[in-house]
Design a protein around this ligand. Structure first.
Ligand code: FRU
Length: 457
């Protein structure tokens, strides 16, 4: 059996061995979602970067492919994106469509943007002999190009990070013209258009700042004009370097984050073996109007429902202190959807991965209107309490959880807030608890699904 090591994610993408960080080159082409990633095959800490590669037909089950891009005479291969060049604007494909990757070449004295291309569905890659295609700010931080086709101006747009967020345009992916600059420090920017409240005639643009924050605004092909301050994207500690898919066939905007944090990512080499690094689930993005304004909503993609196995349901139960409706249920790979109607309880919620002196709490504090994840007693290596502001809707609070062998993702009120967190509990900590403190709360409904491993053959 593969993928049964201690803490091995059962339904999140991780490499068989070696170090992984950012998702790269996310693109859909010919029936396959491609996920590339920052990869150090020879170690469990960050090192000379390659692009690892995997494909999926359903965004749930992934198949590992050989390393796509290796370091070369121009440097190592840092983060970037990929697009389908449908009309061969690049001239790489003899008039046919093909995939072009746009990535950062990093060496000691500079960061530059370069191209690689594949005419066989991503199986083999060739670096462009004219690399680098962009070395204008080589002496500064200048990296993580995200490219997309802009239909209105009929040009490729690159948003690229460093000391500033810069926007370039190009007719052919090879020649780039600087269009605008803004004083925002980030890594891994992304820029995309989304309908507001599902209305295709009312759209806004989102500038994602490495998955940590985002602005909503407008984009005219040259300049992004923010209409909001930087808003938090994920209230948990372990969502970074997010990227969204290009060419998603159903027109959805789907994002994957590196589920980790530079503060301790390298130290986790002593915790997981023989790999270090994992991705979040794919989150589907949308924009919704709330009393405070338009906000980004993130929801787990519906394809994940394919992993559901056994199911338990509870409905219309009064939860009081000292009871545990879930005492009989156990599991370390679970999806849980709970809807509460506020009562007199000061605090209520779920505890997952409970066991001997271990627990991870997901709760709501009524007076503060705060959803939180407390991993202070979760297990090895990590600690902290992470809070997200969340108003009840119709006097209700909804918590949607994904519990894996070493992570927890919590979506509050249908994706209004997300808290993503790594955890390292012992394998035996697989209990569940439903709790109320200082009063009661009504559980409108609770569904618990056991999830199967994505690595089952
Ligand atoms: C973000 C990042 C990127 C860079 C890559 C290097 O996590 O620092 O800015 O391209 O990782 O691996």
């Amino acid at each position: 059996m593969r993928y049964t090591e201690r803490y091995r994610p059962q339904f999140h993408f991780s490499p068989e061995r070696g170090w992984l960080n950012d998702p790269n080159g996310m693109v859909y082409y010919n029936g396959e979602y491609h996920l590339f990633y920052q990869y150090h095959p020879a170690g469990k800490t960050w090192g000379p970067m390659h692009w690892g590669h995997a494909v999926s037909k359903d965004l749930v089950h992934w198949e590992h492919l050989p390393i796509a891009l290796y370091p070369d005479h121009l440097g190592t291969v840092w983060s970037g994106s990929a697009v389908v060049d449908w009309h061969d604007t690049s001239g790489f494909f003899n008039g046919e469509p093909g995939i072009v990757a746009i990535f950062t070449h990093a060496e000691v004295d500079g960061q530059m943007q370069s191209l690689a291309y594949s005419s066989d569905g991503g199986r083999t890659w060739r670096k462009y002999e004219g690399n680098p295609v962009l070395d204008q700010f080589k002496g500064e931080d200048f990296r993580d190009p995200k490219v997309f086709w802009h239909e209105e101006t009929k040009e490729w747009i690159m948003v690229v990070a460093g000391g500033k967020v810069r926007i370039y345009s190009s007719p052919n992916l090879r020649d780039w013209t600087l269009r605008s600059e803004s004083d925002i420090w980030t890594e891994c920017p992304d820029l995309f258009e989304l309908p507001v409240d599902g209305d295709p005639n009312n759209t806004k643009w989102v500038l994602s700042l490495g998955g940590r924050g985002y602005h909503i605004g407008t984009f005219d092909g040259e300049r992004f004009v923010p209409e909001t301050a930087a808003l938090p994207m994920n209230y948990g500690p372990d969502a970074y370097a997010a990227q969204t898919f290009s060419d998603e066939p159903n027109g959805r905007r789907i994002m994957i984050n590196w589920m980790n944090n530079w503060e301790y990512a390298n130290n986790l080499a002593s915790i997981t073996d023989p790999w270090n690094g994992v991705m979040t689930l794919p989150y589907e993005l949308s924009l919704k109007t709330y009393p405070e304004g338009i906000r980004l909503v993130q929801q787990p993609i519906p394809e994940l429902q394919r992993l559901r196995r056994t199911h338990c349901r509870f409905a219309n139960e009064k939860i009081e202190p000292g009871t545990n409706l879930l005492a009989e249920i156990r599991g370390a790979q679970l999806e849980i959807i709970a809807e509460f109607e506020l009562g007199t309880a000061a605090e209520f919620g779920l505890k997952v991965r409970t066991g001997d002196r271990e627990e991870t709490a997901v709760g709501y504090r009524t007076a503060d209107r705060v959803l939180f994840v407390d991993r202070n007693q979760s297990g090895a290596a990590l600690s902290g309490v992470y809070e997200a502001p969340l108003a009840p809707e119709n006097n209700r609070v909804k918590m949607h959880l994904f519990v894996d062998w070493s992570s927890l993702e919590v979506f509050g009120n249908d994706g209004k807030v997300v808290i993503t967190s790594l955890l390292f509990p012992s394998q035996a900590s697989d209990g569940l608890e439903l709790s109320a403190v200082g009063g009661d709360v009504r559980l409108s409904a609770l569904d618990v699904y056991e999830l199967e491993s994505m690595w089952l053959d």
